[in-house]
Design a protein around this ligand. Sequence first.
Ligand code: ZN
Length: 692
Amino acid sequence: MKDYKRILVTAALPYANGPVHIGHLAGCYLPADIYVRYQRARKSDIKFVGGSDEHGVPITIRAMKEGITPQEVVDKYHAIIKESLAAMGISFDIYSRTSNRVHHETAAAFFKKLYDEGLFEEKESEQYYDEQAKTFLADRYIVGTCPVCSNPNAYGDQCERCGSSLSPEMLINPHSALSDAIPVKKKTKHWYFPLQQYESWLKEWILDGHKEWKNNVYGQCKSWLDNGLQPRAMTRDSNWGIKVPLPDAEGKVLYVWFDAPIGYISATKELTENWVDYWCKDDTKLVHFIGKDNIVFHCIIFPAMLKAHGNFVLPDNVPANEFLNIEGDKVSTSRNWAVWVHEYLKDFPEQQDVLRYVLCANAPETKDNDFTWKDFQDRNNSELVAIFGNFVNRSLVLMHKLCKGKVPPLHKDSMDEKDAALLKDIADAKTRVEESLEQYKFRDALFEVIDLARKGNKYMQEKEPWIVARRLEENPSAQDLIDNSLHLCLQLTANLAILINPFLPATAKKMLHMLKVVEKMLDWENAGKTNLLSVGYSLREPQLLFRKIEDEEIKQQVEKLKAGLIKPAADTTPAAAAEPVSLKPSIVYDDFARLDLKVGTIVKAEKVEKADKLLKLEVDLGFEIRTIVSGIALHFSAESIVGKQVVVVANLAPRKMRGIESNGMILMAEDKSGKLHFVSPDTAVDNGSGVS
Ligand SMILES: [Zn+2]
C-alpha cells in the first residue's frame, strides 16, 4: 500500500433543484463523513470538500415552471441542502457551489487548456431548434406524446410516467417546452472529448491497477470499458452554465458533467491556498464518495479529463454505494416517495444520530438496501437503547451507587479471566474497527462498536456487582470485585465514546460530558487503552443517550410517506365499459350568471401545517391578492404551482379552514384516475379577466 501524506475526500455534488433525501445521505455523505471524522481523530492531514451542482437543464426547466430565474432556483436549494447536511453533522471543510466565480474561472481554464492542446474534436450535428424562442432544445426541452404509454407530457429523453428512455425523434407530436413551437432540425457545433483515446490507459489503470475497488464499482467500470468508449460532447447549447471560453461559441456552455467534478478542485481552491498540495502532489490520497449513478463520471470521464490535463492526482478509491429504497420501493422524487432530510429533522429534533446509525447499519454498501420505518424503530430500540445506551447508563449508575461517584481502582491481584478477556476485547475492537474503516466497510466497523457494547453488557451481567454488594457486610473484601468490574466497565465506556465518535458525533459529545473529560480523549490513538479515566476521578450523573421510539411515531411516518405519494396518472387506454355519465339537474342561465369567475395567478403557495391535503395560496386577481385554501396538496407541491394562472370562483362566501380564512375557490378538472388538473386559459391573460 502506498504511503500517503495527506488525504482529500470529496462527496458527490448534490443537484440544486430539490432538497436532499435520506438516500443521498446513505449513498455518499454519511460514509464520507464517517471516514473523515475517523481520519481527523487519527490526526491525518485531511480535507473534506463538497458543494452544490448548480448547472444543467433541469434547473432551467424548474426555473421556467416556477416563473423565477435559474439563479433563484439554485440559491433556494443550495441553502436548503447546505443546512440539511450541516444539521446531520456532515462536517465539510467547505461546502461550495458551482455558480461561484472561482469555479467558473477554474472550469473554463481547464477546458481552454485541453482546447489549446488540440484535444477536442469539433463536430457539427443536427439538433432540434426552436425558431420562436431562437434556441437549441436539449432533450428535456422537447415534450411530446410517449410512444409507449401515450403520456402527452413525455420528455425528449424520458417518459416520467412509464419510465421509458426516449430520444426526441421517438416522440409523437414533439413540441418545444419553451414556446410550444414545433421544433426544426438545425446544425450546431460542439466540442467532443475523445474518450476512446484513453480506453487502454483506463483499462490498465482501473482493471489492472485497482482490483481492490469495491465489486460494484469495478464491475461497472469493466462493463463500460469492455463495451468501448466513444467521443463525448463536452458542450451544450444553453445560456445557463459556464460559457465556453472560445470566440465562436455564443450560446454554448460546458456540459454539466464536464464542469461539476472540476467543482471539487474549485472548492479546494476556495478552502486553502495550499490547494496544489492536495490536487497535484503524488502523495495525496484522493477519495471520491458517490452513489452508483455517478460511477462512470468519477471513474472514467473525470480521470480521463485529469489525465488529459496533466499535473493532477487521480482517485485512489471511489467507494460508491448502491441505492437505498424506501419501504420496498425505489426512491422517486417526482412521485415524492422519499424521506426528506429537512422533514426528518423537524419530526425528530435532536435525533440526528439515530438516523446516522440506521443509515450506516443498513447502508447499501454492496447491494441496494431497503429503509423501513419499522427497522428504524427496531434498530433504535433494540440496539442503540437496549445495548449501547443501556451499557453506558448502567456503568455510570452503578458507579454512583456502589463506588461513591468516583472511578474505582483496579485491584490487579483480584482480577479473573473474565476481566482479562474484557481487556482483550477492548484492544481487539480498536483493531477491527480500524481495519474495516480503512477498507470503507462502514457497516462492519459500526457492528464491531455495537458488539463491544454487547460484550460489556454480558460482562456486567456475569459480574453482577449489585449482587456482590449484598455480601459486603459479611465480606468487606468483596468491594475489590465491585471496583474491578466497574473500573473496567468505565474504561470500556470511554473506549466506546472514541469508537462511536466518527459514526455518532453528538452521542460521543454527550459521553464526554458525563465522563467529564476533554475532547482530546477522542483522539484515535487513545482507543484500546484502559487507563483513560483516572482512579478517584468523579464523574457526572448519567443522562440517557437515546430514547425509545414509540409505535405511534412510526405509524405517523409511514402514513405521512403514503399520503405524500403523488400517484402516476393512470394510463389513458379507454376503460372497457365506460361508467354511465350522470348529470346534476339543469339550471337556467341566471343561476350560472350568479357565479363571478375570474382569472388569477398563484403568486405564493405553502403547505398548511398538520393538514396533508391543504395548500394556502395567494392569488393575484389583478385588483387584489386573495388568500385561498385549496385541497390540492396531494397532487401538487407548493413550489410547482407558483406562477400558474387559474380560474377562481371570486364571489364565494369566505370560509375558515384550519384557522385560515379562505376567500374563493379554484376550479380544477379531475380525471378518471382521480388526479387533479388546473383549469387555465390557453394563453396568458390579464389577472382579473372575467370567465363566462
Ligand atoms: Zn410513457
